[in-house]
Design a protein around this ligand. Structure first.
Ligand code: LAC
Ligand code: ZN
Length: 476
């Protein structure tokens, strides 16, 4: 935490207001509350600024840097790790009003956007031009592309298409002090100098504010088929994941859901799953029609030989949506039935998924905690969701113990702490389990080069581990 942080005096608030205009400056308690949380933690800003153009961002960062005012950039606040939650007061810098799609170019196969564009709006706009933006975080109907770049967001299509970073051609980053760094460009290939574009992706608002993004796009797939496979037990479902990938088939989506998840969504949305169902795989195959037909048939043969109890197939978009219902609505169904839910996102090698799932269950049992597991199993990214009451000290301590044990266990099996949600506050205490002291020291030095006064998203990654974090769902 920067020790020489200055106060946001009324005079200074007036200067910030004159940059963004009254409609872009919020300071009432009810406004501050709306910008005080994500899905993990809560922490109040002193001022919310909503710039409407890049020049305003530059002027805000120049003024904030001069007066050492903390700045926490914010997309839609759908993060799961506390990344956009201000921990040192100061400014919550919402990019929501910078939401223009600036260009879609079919020949160059690129899209240029402002950071506040909602991911699904971009997907639809490029699809209307016959193009495809594959990254598809579960929050795509409301999350924003700036947040996706800041966290290097993933999602169900990672197995075939990778993550946000894989679609970046160029970025504009406003640095503290107001200087503008433009990286990359419009060319598909570019090896001139250091690759700042991909380095900035995933930097979680620590280095500056992303004010423009150029994405590389693909041609839209000709055909998509979806299969929902129900199993009596989780081990069979995990076995099928390995068999499908082992057969050389790369589906565009290969999602795992456990029985707790399926039952929670069934209870609220009535999806009519048989009572004895223990797990499901949601599989999607895309590409040229002939290939999709052949690969879907091969997948159905494999799962049927591997304990599948029920195989439901869909080829039209309406039927496909039906098969996606459990996956799409499950987390909301769980949240409605829980006081608090923490979604972790370890990623492990495919061959270790079974071991990872078994470890998660046994650690939860040891700590007497309720856990639900879903995951983008096709790329080894697992989401254990722990349900507990953070106001109950015993349960809170049990969760902390489970989290610490799992972080160590997942790294031991060559996994990583976070596959797509980022470090934020949640993973800060565990960084040194995965990163060498040299890498942490170099990261610190790089941070200082971009942000010498340490105003950008302070409190994350370093001291958060010793602070008492206020959970998002707890009403304070
Ligand atoms: C999902 C979020 C938790 O995959 O990453 O639903
Ligand atoms: Zn996910």
């Amino acid at each position: 935490m920067p020790s020489d942080t200055n106060k946001l005096t009324p005079r200074l608030v007036g200067e910030f207001r004159s940059i963004v205009g009254p409609e872009g400056c919020l300071d009432q308690p009810e406004d501050l509350r709306c910008y005080s949380y994500d899905l993990y933690a809560r922490g109040f800003p002193e001022l919310v600024l909503l710039p409407s153009d890049p020049d305003q961002v530059c002027r805000i960062l120049a003024l904030a840097d001069r007066h050492r005012i903390p700045v926490t950039p914010r997309g839609a606040g759908s993060s799961l790790t506390g990344g956009p939650v201000p921990l040192c007061g100061g400014i919550s810098l919402s990019m929501a009003r910078m939401n223009q799609i600036l260009e879609i170019n079919v020949v160059d196969r690129l899209g240029r956007v402002q950071p506040g564009v909602v991911t699904q709006d971009f997907q639809k706009a490029v699809a209307a031009r016959g193009l495809f933006y594959p990254p598809d975080p579960a929050s795509s109907p409301f999350c924003t592309l700036g947040g996706n770049v800041a966290t290097n967001a993933g999602g169900p299509r990672g197995v075939k298409y990778g993550v946000t970073r894989d679609y970046l051609l160029g970025l504009t980053l406003v640095l503290p002090g107001g200087r503008v760094l433009t990286t990359g460009g419009r060319s598909m290939k570019n090896v001139t100098g250091y690759d700042f574009t991909h380095f900035i992706c995933g930097s979680e608002g620590q280095l500056g504010v992303i004010s423009e993004i150029t994405f590389k796009l693909l041609p839209h797939p000709e055909c998509v088929h979806t299969v929902l496979v129900l199993y009596q037990n989780l081990a069979d479902a995990v076995g099928s994941v390995m068999q499908i990938l082992g057969a050389g088939i790369i589906p565009s989506t290969l999602e795992l859901m456990d029985d707790h998840f399926l039952k929670a969504v069934d209870r609220i949305y009535g999806l009519d799953f048989p009572a004895e169902i223990g797990a499901a795989l949601l599989i999607e195959v895309d590409g040229p029609e002939r290939t999709v037909i052949d690969q879907t048939a091969a997948i159905v043969r494999l799962v049927q030989a591997n304990g599948a109890r029920d195989v439901r197939r869909a080829e039209t978009s309406k039927d496909r949506e039906k098969l996606w219902e459990a996956r799409r609505f499950g987390t909301a169904a769980l949240v409605r039935q829980a006081r608090f839910l923490v979604t972790l996102d370890f990623s492990v090698p495919i061959s270790r998924i079974h071991e990872a799932v078994t470890t998660i269950h046994s650690v939860a049992r040891q700590q007497d905690l309720e856990v639900v597991i879903i995951g983008h199993a096709g790329d080894g990214n697992l989401h254990p969701m722990f349900i507990y009451d953070p106001t109950d000290d015993t349960q809170a301590a049990a969760f902390k113990a489970a989290e610490a044990t799992l972080c160590e266990a997942m790294i031991r099996i060559s996994g990583t702490l976070t596959g797509e949600h980022g470090v934020g506050i949640e993973k800060a205490a565990y960084l040194s389990l995965e990163k060498s002291s040299l890498e942490i020291e170099l990261s610190r030095q790089v941070k200082q080069v971009f942000d010498p006064n340490l105003i950008m998203n302070p409190g994350k990654c370093e001291w958060a581990q010793t602070q008492k974090i206020t959970p998002a769902f707890r009403i304070t």
